[in-house]
Design a protein around this ligand. Structure first.
Ligand SMILES: [Zn+2]
Length: 344
């Protein structure tokens, strides 16, 4: 029988080839110096949370119905903070409602809800999920009542990240952060919080920001991803790996404003513009990535209007199913990005 002999030789030959290839790769790696891209983990073994888009959107509907008028200085701003903090605490997070005194024309105190889960190997390094829970003041179109898309959508998604990471150990610590005055008077609580982290030297691997999310693929608009100016070298290979190689979502360009969208996709939309949300962390030198459903706030027709409701979001997404699926795709995109960042 000659077959077994052949088989016995094959592994040795394969081993020799592997060793040569590995050696060449190591040499190539040394030559390329610092230009090495981030290590991309195999995500196949990572448990996928069992949430559905239907559950996430139902929870959003419930959240904005229970806490309308979440503007800073109105009673529901504090009630929503207590609710988010209580839920995170029940999940086992070390949870605090921080207060910051801000200066400016009207000196006052602003809130930030912070929920922390300690990492197993690098607990002093944080991966931050960020979404403001307050809503914009009255504008010329009337009082923003529910603020379902801006930013009930992001605030609610963080409740699901809290649930997912309560069941999954990470090397770095997970921080779920809900600023309470981002839109009411303009970035003040996010700015104060980011500055406080910098001043005490807090290490942060990345801040993942969610502001107006869920209207995107399969709805005919982009799940648009932006990154901090200097973070592209790390962020882009991870965004590619997670969204296109692993999740198999379609890659595309920034889409036009409603109602002109024709084909949904995930867009690597480039370096972030503006200093809202996680942009306040970028100003303090931290690496950031932002998810936005539709290319910019103005693409959503009910932005800062009384029609910013879940029904309004459905209308723009084209259907309830589109909204649910887009919300889940956004959730998974952020979830696996955090894990890829943690394992690099
Ligand atoms: Zn917002």
């Amino acid at each position: 029988m000659t077959a077994p002999l052949t088989h016995r030789h094959k592994p040795r030959l394969r081993g020799l080839i592997t060793a040569t290839v590995v050696g060449l790769l190591l040499l190539a790696g040394q030559r390329s110096g610092h230009a090495r891209p981030p290590r991309l983990p195999d995500l196949n073994g990572v448990p996928r949370p069992a949430f559905t888009g239907t559950e996430i959107v139902a929870a959003l509907e419930d959240f904005v119905a229970r806490f309308p008028l979440r503007q800073a200085m109105l009673p529901n701003n504090d009630a929503a903070a207590q609710f988010l903090a209580g839920e995170a605490k029940d999940l086992g997070y070390d949870t605090r409602i921080l207060e910051f005194d801000t200066e400016g024309t009207v000196p006052r105190t602003v809130k930030v809800v912070e929920a922390l889960k300690r990492g197993t190997r690098k607990p002093n390094e944080w991966i931050v999920f960020l979404a403001h829970y307050d809503i914009a003041n009255a504008t010329f179109t009337g009082i923003t009542h529910e603020g379902a898309y801006d930013n009930g959508s992001g605030a609610n998604l963080l409740r699901f990240y809290a649930r997912a990471f309560s069941k999954l150990d990470t090397r770095r610590s997970i921080a779920i952060v809900w600023p309470g005055d981002e839109d009411t008077t303009g970035f003040v609580s996010t700015a104060a919080y980011a500055k406080a982290l910098r001043e005490r030297g807090q290490k942060v691997s990345a801040v993942l920001g969610f502001d107006m999310v869920g209207i995107g693929y399969p709805a005919p608009y982009c799940i648009c991803i932006y990154w901090g100016q200097s973070f592209g070298r790390v962020a882009v290979p991870i965004i590619d790996h997670v969204n296109f190689e692993y999740l198999g979502l379609p890659k595309g360009e920034a889409t036009p404003a409603w109602p002109l969208g024709t084909e949904g996709n995930v867009c690597e939309c480039g370096p972030a513009r503006g200093d809202y949300g996680e942009g306040q962390f970028a100003l303090n030198g931290y690496p950031t990535i932002r998810w936005h459903g539709m290319s910019d706030p103005g693409a959503y027709p009910f932005w800062h209007t009384p029609m910013d409701t879940v029904e309004g979001m459905e209308l723009v997404a084209g259907s309830r199913a589109n909204l649910e699926d887009g919300m889940l795709n956004t959730f998974l995109s952020g979830y696996y990005t955090a894990i890829a960042l943690d394992r690099r």
